[in-house]
Each structure stands twice: as C-alpha cells, then as structure tokens.
Write a protein that binds this ligand. Structure first.
Ligand SMILES: Nc1ncnc2c1ncn2[C@@H]1O[C@H](COP(=O)(O)OP(=O)(O)OP(=O)(O)O)[C@@H](O)[C@H]1O
Ligand SMILES: [Mg+2]
Length: 240
C-alpha cells in the first residue's frame, strides 16, 4: 500500500549543508558510484530541477540590488519545490529509481527559518504543502566550518546573492542544519566534510549502502541508459 508522502518504490536522498560544503561534488560522486553498482539515478537540485523552477532559481540568486524580503524568498523557493516534486521527484520515485537532490526542504528551514527568522514550524507546514509530504529516505548533511565552505566557494565559482550575507548569517544556517539533524536523527546523517573529496565520498557510500536493498538494480547488460540525463541534470552540471 502506498502511504501518502512516501511512494512505495524508489529511494530519495537529499544532500544539504552550507555554501561550499561539497553537496554538488558529493552528489556527482554518489551518482557515479550508484550507477557503477547498476542503479538508475536521477540527479537534480533545488531551487530548480524543472525549466520553470530553474527560472525561479535565477530570480532568487540574481545579484540585483532590490532587497528581497524573507517571505518572498520562502514563497519563491516553495513554488519551485512544488513544481519540482510534481514534475520530477514523484514520477522518478514511482518508477523506482534513486533520486539524488542537491538541497531540499531542510534548506528552507535552515536559511529562511533559522537564519532569516521566519517561523520554523510554519515553514514545515508550507514544506508539506510544497512536497505533498514526500520526505527523503536519507538526508546527508555535510558539515564544516563556515569559513572553510566560503573559502572553497570563493575559489570555485561566481558569487551569488547569498554570498553577500554575513559570516553570522552562514553560522546561523550551519547551526540550524545541525539542530535539524538532532531533531530528525533517523533521517539526517551528519557527514564531516573537511576531509578530502574521496574520503567524504567513502563515508557517504557507507551510509547509503544499507538502504540500497530496497531499490532494484538493473541488469547490467540491458541497462541503457543507467542514468536519466535530462534538462535539469544538464543545467545542474552546467551551473556549478
Ligand atoms: N572535500 C573537499 N576538499 C576540498 N575541496 C572540496 C571538497 N569538496 C568540494 N570541494 C571543492 O569546493 C568547491 C565547492 O564544492 P561544491 O560546489 O561541491 O560545494 P556545494 O556545497 O555544492 O556549494 P554551493 O553551496 O555553493 O552549491 C568546489 O571547488 C569543489 O571542487
Ligand atoms: Mg552546489
């Protein structure tokens, strides 16, 4: 029987954490690892993951000078999430594949809730509306000092609107994520993220391994393609 909010097939893994903690790197490495194990993956990200939601992402991260109210930010993120869940995540889980999502509902709680000060339980209710209560089976929280994450980002890519935020803001985001991990210990696993990419990837593989028996592997001979590259996957890789 299909419980509301938890499709009976597939595996839903989200990757969370502060800027520059290694989410996108580890999503890519985990996707590669899972595909070599014969699994089918959909790799996607938030905000974004559909053409419409990617447009919302551009609006959100744009460095325009107009100040953005916390509620505006929350509604935009939630609108993009509803679209993403309906168009990409739910259908993929119904097909029985592994969905890897770079940021999801916990980012809304950490950024718009803990850091910007919106009511966290209200955001949790809005998240349920946006996701139709689709909840990750596993959330990997990559944790490292804010200064390390921001330094990695500075050397990596173009800056966006959130890079202008204070150190204090990013510290609140980090503390918020860690608080969520305490509140949801069964779902959220903290992964220390200061080690090398390879060492972090090994830690991730150890956490993910016990969950893999609930998803089918494809026959290695017939599995073409093993991943399902699509518009949103390509956008993700192109952008960061
Ligand atoms: N374990 C690591 N050690 C050193 N550098 C790393 C490590 N993991 C990722 N990096 C590098 O740090 C930068 C940021 O990594 P990545 O883009 O994966 O982080 P992110 O969490 O997705 O960041 P953002 O929040 O900006 O999307 C990249 O240049 C990446 O190559
Ligand atoms: Mg990233």
């Amino acid at each position: 029987m299909r419980q509301r909010g938890r499709p009976s097939r597939g595996l839903f893994i989200t990757l969370e954490g502060i800027e520059g903690c290694g989410k996108s790197t580890q999503a890519r490495l985990l996707g590669e690892y899972l595909r070599t194990q014969g699994h089918v993956t959909v790799e996607t990200r938030e905000p974004g993951g559909t053409p419409l939601a990617e447009k919302v992402r551009s609006v959100l991260l744009d460095r325009a000078d107009e100040p953005v109210a916390a509620e505006t930010e929350a509604f935009l993120v939630l609108a993009a999430r509803r679209q993403h869940v309906a168009q990409v995540i739910e259908p993929a889980l119904a097909r029985g594949v592994i969905v890897l999502c770079d940021r999801f509902s916990d980012s809304t709680l950490a950024y718009q809730g803990y850091a910007r000060g919106l009511n966290v339980s209200l955001l949790e209710r809005l998240n349920r509306l946006a996701t139709h209560a689709v909840t990750p089976n596993l959330t990997l929280l990559f944790d490292l000092p804010v200064s390390t994450g921001l330094a990695r980002r500075r050397s990596a890519s173009e800056t966006n609107r959130l890079d202008r935020e204070s150190l204090r803001f990013h510290q609140k985001v980090r503390a918020g994520f860690l608080d969520l991990a305490k509140r949801y210990p069964a779902r959220m696993k903290v992964v220390p993220a200061r080690a090398s990419k390879e060492a972090v990837a090994r830690a991730v593989a150890r956490i993910v391994a016990p969950l893999l028996n609930r998803v089918h592997r494809t026959d290695a001979q017939t599995a073409t393609p093993r991943s399902t590259p699509s518009h949103h996957t390509q956008v993700r890789h192109a952008a960061r």
